[in-house]
Design a protein. Sequence first.
Length: 329
Amino acid sequence: MSVLERLKVPIVLAPLAGGPSTPELAAAVCNGGGLGFVAGGYLTAAALEERIGALRELTRRPFGVNLFVPGPASAPETYSEYTRGLGEPRFHDDDWDAKLALMERAKPDVVSFTFGCPSREELARMGEAWVTVTSPGEAALALAAGADGLVVQGSEAGGHRGVFADAPGITQYGLLPLLQLIETSKPLIATGGIATGAAVAAVLSAGAAAAQVGTAFLRAPEAGTAAAHREALATTRETGLTRAFTGRLARGIRNRFMDEHPDAPVAYPEIHFATAPMRAEARQRGDAEAINLWAGEAHALAQEKPAAEILAELAAGAREALARAEKRL
């Protein structure tokens, strides 16, 4: 039985790696009947184990853990000029082997993967495994490798694109077209621009088994979102896709650093590490123009409310929208 069948509401918290993810936020979603997630990205295996333990102190409900799939190191000539004057660019596999071993020991209800598809052998080591996909081709690869579910990420989504191999000019699929193009009996978890109950209803009607929501929770008090990021989310500033902060394509609210580096190279995680000191300093002084303001296209709808209230409103709104649609048919 899929973990989704054990939920009271078909809403999944996006992992939100890099600061916003906290055990408290995940627990609030779990205890409200959804599926909370602990983000494993950027953490050591030891730190991730501590967060899983903290979450288990806060909830007995099902939860998930998200891991970044490491890619190959980038050639220094790709990024050396770009990172001059910033921090030290370096490659790191995000503690991949240690985290896989941790998942076998900790046994979360589901493990999701982003930035690529693990091998068939690696997926088989997990209890239930989901793979994030951004195209029909990636979906086919993930299913062939044995994925138990697909997190279908539309181009509207905030944060990093989950594309397996980042490259200039990659095709960007919107969420609803992508849901329609993927044919499988495995559960689809839709994500990208979902900020209201009506949007949850829309993706459920399009064939998703659940909606994964991230940006809508970033202003919740339980989230670890930086103050400058919270303030930007409450505006109507437009978003854009950029590699300026990490060397990997991601959607965020437009700011000065993004606009000054429209042609940043593909070099992840080397550029991520190079810009990390600059971003940390900017967060401390509250400078929103020099930090990654990851946000989906519907970020202006994010509310400053407890996560439990946000989840309840999404669920109630979805029920109302589905009932209205049924009356019209």
